[in-house]
Design a protein around this ligand. Structure first.
Ligand code: ADP
Ligand code: MG
Length: 245
């Protein structure tokens, strides 16, 4: 469903992604691990069309995006942004809108759903993440974990083929982290494809189908959690795992 071929990304003279190849099947749960500064956030932002890139191709559910610009590029970019959702470390909810308004915003304005339908679906999604009782609350009155669950519902409202999570729990305390992880586990179990950057080894070991190690802009190792954690083949992976124990 997602296929990245030779993705290159530069910031000025610094090559941050050096030809990343990666495939994600429909419903597959991938965890992306690796040392800080290795390019994980840049890769997720690139897949979501938030960053221009300098080489390679991104294919998502039949839409192909290359580094070239032009009218076709803009159209492909819009398609890709619809097919892939993103959940950020800092939630990024609209602060002056209620929880419910946050969730219906994109379905109404981008998917052109009627307000009534969008509200009905939003309520189902808020129920699913355990936040329906807060549907009229303002984001600022919620805990970080609650805001993140609303952010997940907002992403789900666009019915994305895959959701990219960039360290979704690293701004949270342990209790609210558990709530968010439990929601993510539930989505994974129900076949939602996702790519997750996380320090949460428990999620990587118990929920992921595939683990990728990104180091200095390249994927140095990929495999099942069992393979990568119990029998890492690359020095970088061994170092990374011993540091994160
Ligand atoms: P990770 O998420 O794995 O910690 P990042 O993708 O954030 O890594 O960063 C990879 C590299 O790209 C780092 O060297 C970082 O300093 C650089 N970088 C990230 N974003 C920018 C930016 N907007 N402008 C310039 N350099 C950046
Ligand atoms: Mg990052």
């Amino acid at each position: 469903m997602i296929k990245l071929t030779g993705i290159v990304k530069r910031y000025g003279s610094q090559e941050v992604l050096k030809g990343v190849n990666m495939s994600v099947a429909r419903g597959e749960v991938c965890v992306l691990l690796g040392p800080s500064g290795g390019g994980k956030s840049t890769l997720l932002r690139t897949i979501n069309g938030l960053e221009e890139f300098d080489g390679g191709t991104i294919e998502i559910s039949g839409t192909t995006l290359t580094a070239a610009t032009g009218p076709d590029h803009q159209a492909a970019l819009l398609q890709i942004r619809r097919k892939v959702g993103m959940v950020f470390q800092q939630f990024n909810l609209f602060p002056h809108r209620t929880v419910l308004e946050n969730v219906i915003e994109a379905p109404v304005h981008v998917l052109k759903q009627s307000r009534a339908l969008a509200v009905e679906k939003a309520k189902e999604l808020l129920e699913r993440v355990g936040m329906l009782q807060k549907c009229n609350a303002m984001p600022g009155s919620l805990s970080g974990g609650q805001q993140q669950r609303v952010a997940i519902a907002r992403t789900l409202a666009m019915q994305p083929d895959a959701i990219l999570f960039d360290e979704p729990t690293s701004a949270l305390d342990p209790n609210t982290t558990a709530e968010v992880i439990s929601v993510m586990q539930d989505l994974a179990k129900n076949g939602q494809g996702m790519i997750v950057v996380t320090h949460g080894m428990h999620f990587a070991k118990n929920v992921a189908h595939t683990v990728h190690i990104l180091h200095s802009g390249a994927i140095v190792e990929s495999g099942s959690p069992q393979q990568v954690f119990e029998n890492p083949s690359h020095e970088v992976t061994k170092h990374f795992l011993s540091d994160s124990r």
